[in-house]
Design a protein around this ligand. Structure first.
Ligand code: SAH
Ligand code: SF4
Length: 356
């Protein structure tokens, strides 16, 4: 049975009569984080009883939270069937105070959420891939990661946060549930996180990028490019054989982008694989004509991998080259490095401890 978190407001309005009750329910769930119909005081008792049976409030259980000294927090969620996925809260900017201690600017948060348990794509550098694919997350299971993080960190209902679909899984491989979740999250009577604050990171399923573009939701796009020639990219991301670099570039060119924003290209840098200036130059040529920004990511090694982390020096040289060619480029800070570094690593640690 679908949980209350699986419903868009419009769908709920069609199903719950009188329909104004749907907004009240959305308010309780997403603004007050109420998890029992009995606490919804303005809803009549008989309606509350029928809601309990027809729209269960399936809350997710958190089985582990790790806090890092830089403000990063990793949450491991366990769903009804015992499967687990993680979400991460990143403190992008801490609050600022004046001399008197008054807050002049509040903190800025980004939530990194999962879309699947495991992943089908099987990238050779990714720990999530090692566990194979388990299942898609439902829309509600994606939504509850966000409402949980907002509630657990006392983030005011009106404070905007950014969402990145960069946790476990390939979001475009769980297309319908992803779209449903994006819409539920964006609902003003609910979590109210606008679509322009939601970034979908994809390993590059070109056909789905086009499909997403056609929906014109206003979401941001991040492409996990990682390589500039198809040989290396196919080694890193086997799916590249079906959706090669050119097909991704073509799909991105068709994608509707907010004029104030750019398409982000993530480039995982691996020592002696793709950290040379020749690759940087190819990257500049590949992205010419696209309003792009590049985010360089240090490869984060894990047990059993033969890939190595690049030196800081080669990262900076790579970045400088792109900047010299007027291509915007940042180096991703490894937030939360003292807890469980790259995506999927918290879950991995739990499994090694004997949990599932
Ligand atoms: N499947 C989507 C989103 C989840 S992966 C995608 O691939 O874009 C999110 C990010 O984690 C990707 O940019 C990926 O490159 C990065 N990542 C995966 N394994 C990593 C590792 N070992 N070190 C550093 N980043 C890693
Ligand atoms: Fe899946 Fe992304 Fe990991 Fe590749 S990097 S295996 S697409 S989660």
């Amino acid at each position: 049975m679908r949980s209350i978190y699986d419903y868009r407001l419009k769908e709920l309005q069609d199903k719950v009569k009188p329909s104004f009750r749907a907004k009240q329910i959305y308010n309780w769930i997403y603004k007050k984080y109420i998890t029992s119909y009995d606490d919804m005081k303005n809803i009549p008792k008989d309606l509350r009883e029928s809601l309990k049976t027809n729209f269960p409030i399936d809350i997710c259980k958190v089985i582990k939270i790790e806090k890092s000294s830089d403000g990063t927090k990793k949450y491991l969620f366990e769903y009804k069937d015992g499967k687990t996925a993680e979400a991460v809260l990143l403190l992008m900017k801490d609050k600022q105070k004046d001399e008197k201690g008054n807050i002049t600017k509040s903190e800025q948060y980004t939530f990194c959420v999962s879309s699947q348990v495991g992943c089908k794509v099987g990238c050779s550098f990714c720990l999530t891939a090692k566990g194979g694919f388990v299942r898609d997350l439902t829309a509600g299971e994606i939504v509850t990661q966000i409402s949980y993080l907002k509630n657990d960190n006392d983030i005011d209902e009106n404070r905007s946060v950014n969402i990145v679909y960069m946790g476990m899984g390939e979001p475009l491989d769980n297309f319908e549930n992803l779209i449903q979740a994006i819409n539920i999250i964006a609902q003003p009577d609910g979590l109210s996180i606008a679509t322009r604050r939601q970034t979908i990171s994809t390993s590059g399923i070109s056909s789905k990028i086009e499909k997403l573009g056609e929906l014109d939701l206003g979401v941001q796009l991040a492409i996990s490019l990682h390589a500039v020639d198809d040989g290396l990219r196919s080694e890193l991301i086997p799916m590249n054989k079906a959706y090669n670099i050119q097909s991704i570039i073509d799909a991105v060119k068709k994608f509707p982008i907010d004029t104030r924003k750019k398409v982000m290209f993530e480039y995982l840098v691996i020592k002696d694989k793709n950290d040379d200036i020749k690759s940087a130059d190819k990257l500049v040529k590949l992205l010419s004509g696209i309003d792009a920004k590049v985010n360089l990511i240090f490869f984060n090694p894990f047990e059993g991998t033969t890939y190595e982390r690049p030196s800081k020096n080669s990262m900076v040289k790579f970045q400088d080259y792109l900047l010299s060619k007027k291509l915007m480029c940042t180096i991703r800070e490894s937030k939360g490095i003292d807890i469980s570094a790259a995506c999927g690593q918290l879950k991995e640690k739990e499994q090694n401890n004997g949990n599932s």
